[in-house]
Design a protein around this ligand. Structure first.
Ligand SMILES: Cc1cc2nc3c(=O)[nH]c(=O)nc-3n(C[C@H](O)[C@H](O)[C@H](O)COP(=O)(O)O)c2cc1C
Ligand code: SF4
Ligand code: SF4
Length: 446
C-alpha cells in the first residue's frame, strides 16, 4: 500500500490532508476529533488580535439543486481568548504527537506584536506557524490580513520579523486578491519563509435578496464583501498554485507549498498535489459534510497510487508542473475534430444547437441507419473537414464519452505563436500576410 506520509518543511504528517484554518479548527475538541477521523494535520483557526463577530456570517452559492458550490463568509479570526486557544493547542499536540498542529496567527502590523505571539505559540509545542496575510474582510480594514498580503514589501517585512524569532517552520498564506500572485510569493521567499500556502478566500458579494433588496449575508439590513471559497473557486486556486509552483524563484528556494481552495474529493486533492502541493488543506467541504470526508480523500489517493504503482508522495508531488505553459508556446499545428459515437447518442441535439448557435455550424442532422431508432429522429453528424476542434459539443453532451475529440493530422506546421512571431514577424502583425500564411499552412477558416 502506498505511503501517504509527508515531510513539509520539517513538519511531519501521516498524510497530506490538513484542515484549513477556519471554523472546523476553532477548538481542541474539534481538531482532536478530526485527527481521530484520519486528518493528518490541522491549521488552527487564526489567533491574534481581539475581534467581535457578527450574526449571519455565511452566504452560499447553490446551483441547480446542488447546495454550497461556493461559500461566502464575513467571519473574522478566532473570537476565543488567546489563553484558551494556547492551552488547547498544547493539549492537542500532547495528545496527538504524530499529527501536524500548525497555528495560524495574525496581529497588528508591529514587530513586537508579531514576535510576542510567535514566542507564546512556540511554548505550546505546536509544529509550526501559518501567517494569515489573506483574510479579505474585517481584518483587512484594520490593516491586517490581505492588507499585508497585497503589498509584497509588507509580506516580506512581517515574514522577516517572524523568522527572526521562530524556531519552528513558518508558512506564509497568500491572498488570491492580487493581480500577480508571484510577487507576494517571492516576497515570502525573500523574507526567509519556510513554506507557502494558498489560497485564502476571494473577495466577493454572494448575492442580493430580490424581495427585500438586502445584500447576502444580511447583517441587520446591511451586507458587504466577504471571502469566497468552496468548489467554485477550485479553478482559480489551481491557476494561482500553478503560477507559484512554476515560478523559477520559488522553485530555486525549494519551498514546499500547501494548496487549498475548493477541494472536496480525492481527485481534487490529487490535482493540487500534481500541481506542486506537498500538503492540501480543506475547509468548505468539511463545513458541508463534516470530518468524515477525509475517508474518501485517504482511500481515493491511496488506491490511485496503488493502481498507478506510486509508492511515496515524493513521486507524485508536482508531477504536472512541467506541463504548465503559456498560450505563446502552444502547438498551433495540434488539430482535433469531434467524433460522435452514435451507439451512445440519445439524440438530444444539444451538440447540434451548440455548434449551430455558438460554434462553427458543422454538425448536420441526418437520417442514419443506426438501430431500432432508425430515422425516428435525425442524427447529429459532424462534417469533420469543417470542424475547428473547439470542443464545445463534447462539453455540452450529457452522455460520457459519446463525443470524443480525436487528433486529426491536417498537414499544418507544428509551430508555436512565439516561434511564428520570431520567424515571420509580418504574419502576426498584418492581416494580409496572415491570410497568405494560412493558405500556405493549410489553415481554412470559414
Ligand atoms: C468561514 C470561514 C472562515 C475562515 N477563517 C479563516 C481564518 O481564520 N484564517 C485563515 O487563514 N483562513 C480562513 N479561512 C480560509 C480557509 O482557510 C481557506 O483558505 C479557504 O476557505 C479555501 O479553502 P476551501 O475552498 O476548502 O474552503 C476561512 C474560510 C471560511 C469559509
Ligand atoms: S468541436 Fe466545435 S466546431 Fe467541431 S463539431 Fe464540435 S462544436 Fe462544432
Ligand atoms: S449532445 Fe451527445 S447525446 Fe445529444 S445528440 Fe449530441 S451526441 Fe447525441
Amino acid at each position: 500500500m502506498a505511503n501517504l506520509e509527508i515531510n513539509f518543511a520539517g513538519i511531519k504528517s501521516p498524510n497530506p490532508f490538513w484542515l484549513a484554518s477556519a471554523p472546523p479548527t476553532n477548538s481542541g475538541y474539534q481538531i482532536q476529533k478530526a485527527f481521530e477521523a484520519g486528518w493528518g494535520g490541522a491549521v488552527w483557526k487564526t489567533i491574534g488580535a481581539p475581534v467581535l463577530n457578527v450574526c449571519n456570517r455565511y452566504g452560499t452559492m447553490d446551483y441547480k439543486g446542488s447546495k454550497i458550490i461556493g461559500l461566502n463568509n464575513v467571519e473574522l479570526i478566532s473570537d476565543r481568548p488567546i489563553e484558551i486557544n494556547l492551552k488547547e493547542i498544547a493539549e492537542t499536540k500532547r495528545n496527538f504527537p504524530n499529527n501536524a498542529v500548525i497555528v495560524s496567527v495574525m496581529v497588528e502590523s508591529k514587530k513586537e506584536a508579531w514576535q510576542e505571539i510567535i514566542k507564546r505559540v512556540e511554548q505550546t509545542g505546536a509544529d509550526g506557524f501559518e501567517l494569515n496575510f489573506g483574510c479579505p474582510h474585517g481584518m483587512s480594514e484594520r490593516g491586517m490580513g490581505s492588507a499585508m498580503g497585497q503589498v509584497p514589501e509588507y509580506t516580506c517585512m512581517v515574514t522577516e520579523w517572524v523568522m527572526d524569532v521562530a524556531t519552528k517552520p513558518v508558512i506564509v498564506k497568500l491572498t488570491p486578491n492580487v493581480t500577480d500572485i508571484v510577487q507576494p510569493a517571492r516576497a515570502a521567499v525573500k523574507g526567509r519563509a519556510s513554506a507557502i500556502s494558498l489560497i485564502n478566500t476571494i473577495n466577493s458579494i454572494i448575492g442580493v435578496d430580490t424581495d427585500t433588496f438586502e445584500i447576502k449575508p444580511n447583517v441587520g439590513g446591511k451586507g458587504g464583501h466577504g471571502g469566497y471559497a468552496g468548489p467554485a473557486v477550485k479553478p482559480i486556486a489551481l491557476h494561482l498554485l500553478s503560477a507559484v509552483a512554476s515560478d523559477l524563484e520559488v522553485q530555486k528556494a525549494r519551498l514546499p507549498i500547501s494548496g487549498m481552495g475548493g477541494i472536496e474529493t480525492w481527485k481534487d486533492a490529487l490535482e493540487f498535489i500534481l500541481l506542486g502541493s506537498t500538503s492540501v488543506q480543506v475547509c468548505t467541504s468539511v463545513m458541508h459534510y463534516g470530518f468524515r470526508v477525509v475517508e474518501d480523500l485517504i482511500d481515493g489517493l491511496s488506491n490511485w497510487m496503488d493502481d498507478k504503482g506510486f509508492k511515496t508522495m515524493d513521486e507524485i508531488i508536482g508531477k504536472s508542473v512541467h506541463r504548465i505553459s503559456n498560450f505563446g508556446d502552444f502547438d498551433l499545428g495540434f488539430q482535433t475534430v469531434a467524433r460522435i459515437n452514435h451507439d451512445k447518442c440519445i439524440q438530444c441535439n444539444l451538440c447540434y444547437i451548440a455548434c449551430e448557435d455558438a460554434a462553427h455550424q458543422c454538425i448536420d442532422l441526418k437520417e442514419l441507419k443506426i438501430d431500432s431508432r432508425v430515422n425516428e429522429r435525425l442524427w447529429p453528424v459532424v462534417r469533420e473537414d469543417d470542424c475547428v476542434g473547439c470542443d464545445l459539443c463534447s462539453r455540452v453532451c450529457p452522455i460520457d464519452d459519446c463525443i470524443t475529440m480525436v487528433e486529426h493530422e491536417t498537414g499544418r506546421p507544428h509551430i508555436t505563436w512565439n516561434e511564428l512571431s520570431k520567424a515571420k514577424p509580418a504574419v502576426v502583425q498584418e492581416w494580409g500576410k496572415m491570410e497568405e500564411y494560412r493558405k500556405t499552412a493549410n489553415i481554412d477558416i470559414h
